[in-house]
Design a binder for this molecule. Structure first.
Ligand code: AMP
Length: 193
């Protein structure tokens, strides 16, 4: 099955995507993880990307679209994929549609984890403490920037999927297990939650 886990930074997209991989025989594709791996490689591209990530900005659409186009063709995605962190702009959503149409594939659900901004800030602070600051964009200043970017550029993607009848809204502030249950329930129904 192919589906998208959507939501603001710190909403728990990665945590939930990892939990859903086995059940749905679908591979998690985290664009943030892919970009961080490139940053850590120390390549020239990695250094450019690191500056963008640390500034809380979005990587240009053409770079992201190419990255995802390759990833979904990978053998590991034969059973399906869970997009975590993509699309983040309307042009990315449109390009995804186009690449899937060409490949004869489709998105079956867009799971939206809804979390208030204040809760996100607390979570990111907790994640920074737990991981010893492993992610250099997990700090208050960058999170505020990432939230602004989410509201301005990413949230407008939602109506695109709403019009297709694919949106499933889930309370991302519930305990982790309950969020997983809500997602499973939403995946079982075709109606928007
Ligand atoms: P994430 O781990 O999903 O929170 O992503 C971390 C950072 O990677 C984001 O703040 C962006 O700078 C960058 N990024 C990840 N996915 C995308 C995307 N689809 N489009 C643009 N930038 C992205």
């Amino acid at each position: 099955m192919n589906f998208i886990i959507f939501g603001p930074p710190g909403a728990g997209k990665g945590t939930q995507a990892k939990r859903l991989e086995e059940k749905y025989n679908s591979r998690q594709l985290s664009t943030g993880d892919m970009l961080r791996a490139e940053c850590e490689s120390g390549s020239d591209l990695g250094q450019i990307l690191k500056a963008i990530l640390d500034g809380g900005q979005l990587v240009p659409d053409d770079v992201m679209i190419e990255l995802v186009a390759h990833a979904i063709e990978d053998e590991a995605c034969a059973g399906g994929f869970i997009l975590d962190g993509f699309p983040r702009t309307l042009p990315q959503a449109e390009a995804l549609d186009e690449m899937l149409n060409k490949a004869g594939k489709q998105i079956e659900h867009v799971i939206v984890l809804e979390v208030d901004d204040g809760v996100l800030l607390d979570r990111i602070k907790a994640r920074a403490a737990e991981t010893g600051g492993a992610r250099s964009d997990d700090n208050e200043e960058t999170l505020k920037k990432r939230l602004d970017v989410y509201h301005e550029q990413t949230a407008p993607v939602l109506p695109f999927y709403e019009a297709k009848g694919l949106l499933r809204k889930v309370d991302g502030m519930a305990p982790i297990d309950e969020v997983t249950q809500q997602i499973n329930a939403a995946m079982g129904s075709k109606a928007a939650a």
